[in-house]
Design a protein around this ligand. Structure first.
Ligand SMILES: NC(=O)c1ccc[n+]([C@@H]2O[C@H](COP(=O)([O-])OP(=O)(O)OC[C@H]3O[C@@H](n4cnc5c(N)ncnc54)[C@H](OP(=O)(O)O)[C@@H]3O)[C@@H](O)[C@H]2O)c1
Length: 174
């Protein structure tokens, strides 16, 4: 199963100047719950935006075309196709906390990797943020709603920890 997971504004925006647009604790909680124990795949720029590097208790894979790129606790690949082949064939190492990530893949961004992975995805786990920021330079790819069916939808109001209302919405291929 290949899932894309993203927090997306109503105008499709996902980032600005290599940073996320929103700080939504419930979105981070859902991201952690969905991805822990699995494989996460990200672009080199998204990896470099992570404040503490590789995310714990997950198999961290970074895509880069630079053969010299390396970083602690990540595996680096030059194409998505190669990632999927390797994830099918190899078992990840156990993490320090004793978690052995399985072969379920979550593509965690950014824009260029979502774009490349969309045709291969079985599921989209989106947090639709009910806002349309003007300052944005990275966008989720446009997808055809006819090709996807809503599997789960859950709306939340803004509150003292969430500046905007948001909807968790999971799509699977129709
Ligand atoms: N809202 C969200 O849920 C969310 C999630 C993640 C990221 N973001 C945002 O998205 C933005 C970053 O997106 P981005 O498109 O600029 O960067 P990105 O996709 O994170 O990284 C781009 C880099 O990844 C490598 N790459 C991408 N596709 C590849 C492929 N098919 N094969 C091999 N290497 C590949 C290349 O690295 P090299 O240049 O090293 O070759 C490329 O320059 C940031 O603003 C970030 O905050 C948002």
């Amino acid at each position: 199963m290949i899932s894309l997971i993203a927090a997306v504004a109503e105008n499709g925006a996902i980032g600005f100047e290599n940073k996320l647009l929103y700080w939504l604790p419930n979105d981070l909680k859902r991201f952690k719950a969905l991805t822990t124990g699995h494989t996460i795949v990200m672009g080199r720029r998204t990896f470099e935006s992570l404040p503490k590097g590789a995310l714990p208790n997950r198999r961290n894979i970074v895509l880069s075309r630079n053969p010299d790129f390396q970083a602690p606790a990540v595996e680096v690949f030059a194409s998505l196709e190669e990632v999927l082949r390797v994830v099918e064939q190899t078992v990840a190492n156990e993490t320090e906390e004793g978690v052995r990530p399985d072969n379920e893949v979550f593509v965690i961004g950014g824009a260029s990797v979502y774009m490349a992975a969309l045709p291969l995805a079985d599921r989209l786990c989106l947090t639709l943020v009910h806002d349309s920021p003007k300052a944005a330079d990275a966008f989720f790819p446009v997808f055809d709603p006819q090709e996807w069916r809503v599997e789960h939808e859950e709306r939340h109001d803004a509150d003292e920890r969430h500046a905007f209302p948001y909807t968790f919405i999971d799509y699977v291929r129709a």
